[in-house]
Design a protein around this ligand. Structure first.
Ligand SMILES: Cc1ncc(COP(=O)(O)O)c(C=O)c1O
Ligand SMILES: [Zn+2]
Length: 402
């Protein structure tokens, strides 16, 4: 593994890339991998190229030989002219992250996180999550043949527990204040030598850069005007933005998109701070939303997200549970089945056009971060219908209803 420096996203202090350190020892803010200024895409004729092979120049701080491949990334960017006309923008694209190996964008960051853990000689990894990240780390941990600890809240629904357990990690339900688990895990990691790949771990965040590289390539090396990202801890937003920054410095795009952090109105600590012009997020009291995957009341990378939005012309937006469900249904009718958290990105576009925050002629990308199959309980809210008929009546019945 090559020696590189990680930089504090606030004070700029640098640290060697020789540990799993994710916070600045001076100011406590998140650390970033360095911006890549001379990266080159490495295309190949070979089908099934690995995403990290294609963009290996942009990960000089990792020894990619320790790769654990499950086919993450290289997901489609789907243009939808019907929905573009409906919401009132010139072009609307969906980056379909639901087709990743464990059906969410998390796989990109889990892959890079595990590579770093292996590069550093760790033989144990872990994560704290009740949702997509738990599933992803469990899947990649098993694939890598590395001992994997997954800490979940004891109140986790059975529907979410079994899709983690199937990969055979050491799965522990923790009783008590789950919001303290992030910090407890980092201490545990130090003491027991477990490489925790949590929501905003530096190398997990770096893995999300590839979402931006692909969007640029799929859009003829033109950055969209806006990229909308469902935001909780802030890792996904940070990573995607870093990707656009790399491509801009490396000469692949000539401007940056405005990033939009979408949050559930029932848990919107970053949006609340942004609207008040604050530079620091505060804990969001009494969070309550169906969007469990983005319900982090005190996001560890919240301040870093605020800095990106402020410095580069981005902003926040919120959407209600009903708005997410309506958008989920509408996306279903366009062939895309995503979780309500991901549908939030569509839900907010119309509002943003109406309020003039997104210009009518804009090109917009919504990141569809996770599959609808992750949370089938949401389906019950839709009152979905099916017809029934007797076999002998089929012809008459179908002619009537179809
Ligand atoms: C489906 C989905 N979308 C968005 C997010 C938000 O990502 P982040 O916590 O990195 O902000 C998550 C996080 O778990 C998620 O599972
Ligand atoms: Zn610092």
């Amino acid at each position: 593994m090559k020696a590189y420096e990680l930089g504090c996203s606030l004070c700029g202090r640098t640290f060697p890339n020789d540990s799993l350190r994710l916070r600045c020892t001076e100011c406590g803010e998140a650390l970033d991998t360095p911006v890549i200024k001379e990266g080159k895409i490495k295309p190949t004729e070979k089908p099934g190229q690995n995403v990290l092979e294609r963009y290996s120049d942009f990960f000089p701080f990792l020894n990619l030989e320790d790769d654990t491949r499950l086919g993450e990334g290289l997901t489609p960017l789907i243009q939808d002219d019907v929905l573009a006309a409906e919401v009132g923008v010139a072009a609307l694209f969906f980056k379909n992250e639901t087709i990743n190996p464990s059906w969410s964008f998390k796989d990109r960051g889990t892959a890079t996180g595990i590579i770093l853990a292996k590069n550093l000689g760790h033989d144990k990894i872990g994560t704290v999550s009740t949702g997509n990240m738990a599933v992803s780390v469990a899947a990649y941990g098993s694939r890598a043949g590395i001992k994997t600890l997954v800490l979940v809240s004891s109140t986790i629904a059975e529907e979410k527990l079994n899709p983690i357990a199937i990969y055979d990690p050491c799965l522990v339900k923790v009783k008590g204040d789950y919001s303290k688990m992030y910090d407890v895990a980092l201490e545990l990691g130090e003491k027991l030598g477990i490489a925790f790949i949590n929501s905003d771990a530096t190398m997990r965040v770096a893995g999300y850069k590839t979402i931006a590289y692909e969007i640029c390539e799929q859009n003829n090396f033109e950055a969209p005007d806006y990229v909308i990202v469902a935001t909780s801890a802030g890792g996904q937003m940070r990573g995607i933005f870093q990707g656009f920054l790399d491509f801009s410095h490396s000469g692949y795009i000539n401007r940056l998109p405005a990033m939009i952090a979408a949050q559930a109105s029932g848990c919107a600590p970053i949006a609340a701070a942004f609207e008040k012009g604050q530079s620091k997020v505060s804990c969001f009291e009494n969070p309550n939303t169906i969007a469990g995957a983005i319900q982090n009341p005190f996001p560890p990378s919240g301040n870093a997200v605020l800095r990106i939005l402020k410095e580069y012309g981005g902003f926040t937006v919120t959407g209600s549970d009903d708005e997410m469900l309506t958008a989920q249904r509408r996306l279903g009718s366009r062939g895309l089945f995503v979780q309500p958290e991901s549908a939030l990105t569509l839900a907010v576009v119309k509002k943003l056009v109406a309020s003039g925050k997104i210009k009518a002629g804009a090109k917009v990308v919504c990141v569809l971060s996770g599959s609808g199959l992750k949370y089938t309980a949401a389906l019950e809210k839709h009152a979905l219908k099916a017809h029934t008929c007797r076999l002998e009546d089929a012809e008459g019945f179908v002619s009537e209803v179809f």
